[in-house]
Design a binder for this molecule. Structure first.
Ligand code: FE2
Ligand code: FE2
Length: 193
């Protein structure tokens, strides 16, 4: 359903399970970055009214996810650490060439966002199914549903504002590229690592 070309090796969950503090820390920053992305789309593309309206709603939702993760960290007696570098996102964002028309730049940013939501969703599903810690498994099940909706929304906007056929081709190419990046990952206790 998410279109991803390479599923995560379920053994990734065994790595995560050994260091819950690390995954929660990384995850908290993922939610914070999702919030920033939504704000940045509003700043860069103010004339896209429907997008702006949806991004306002998304800012609220993503910052509430951040708080949920932050609360989990505090409940377990920890303090939020520093941000972790997200090598996956850094590599992913090298795919589309810089520049082009405004619409093209918007489409590229929407496709990146859709893909990051899709992969996060897949990782959350794995956590919800495989974690021994049942409380945390339920937590990830609920978040998985939200991220799936975000994936659909971003892809929908890309198809709405761009040329549908062109967008679909770019989306397939981006999925192929992402699978290549992913083949080296799945070894760290981070959301995308
Ligand atoms: Fe989120
Ligand atoms: Fe999201």
């Amino acid at each position: 359903m998410l279109g991803l070309k390479l599923p995560t090796d379920p053994r990734w969950v065994n790595i995560v399970e050994k260091n819950i503090e690390e995954i929660l820390t990384d995850h908290a920053f993922c939610e914070q970055k999702a919030t920033s992305t939504a704000i940045s789309l509003i700043v860069s593309f103010p004339e896209y009214t429907e997008l702006v309206q949806e991004m306002v709603a998304l800012v609220k939702e993503e910052i509430s996810h951040f708080k949920m993760v932050h609360d989990k960290i505090l409940e377990r007696g920890w303090t939020l650490g520093r941000d972790r570098k997200d090598e996956y996102v850094i590599k992913l964002m090298k795919f589309f060439p810089k520049g082009g028309s405004r619409t093209m730049q918007l489409v590229h940013r929407l496709l990146y966002a859709a893909l990051i939501e899709a992969r996060s969703c897949e990782r959350f599903r794995l956590l919800s199914e495989e974690l021994e810690d049942k409380e945390l498994a339920t937590f990830y099940r609920n978040l998985m549903v939200s991220e799936a909706n975000h994936y659909t929304m971003f892809l929908g906007f890309a198809r709405k504002y761009g040329d549908k056929k062109e967008v679909d081709t770019k989306w397939q190419q981006l999925l192929e590229y992402e699978a290549e990046i992913m083949s080296d990952l799945g070894k760290n206790e981070t959301v995308h690592g």
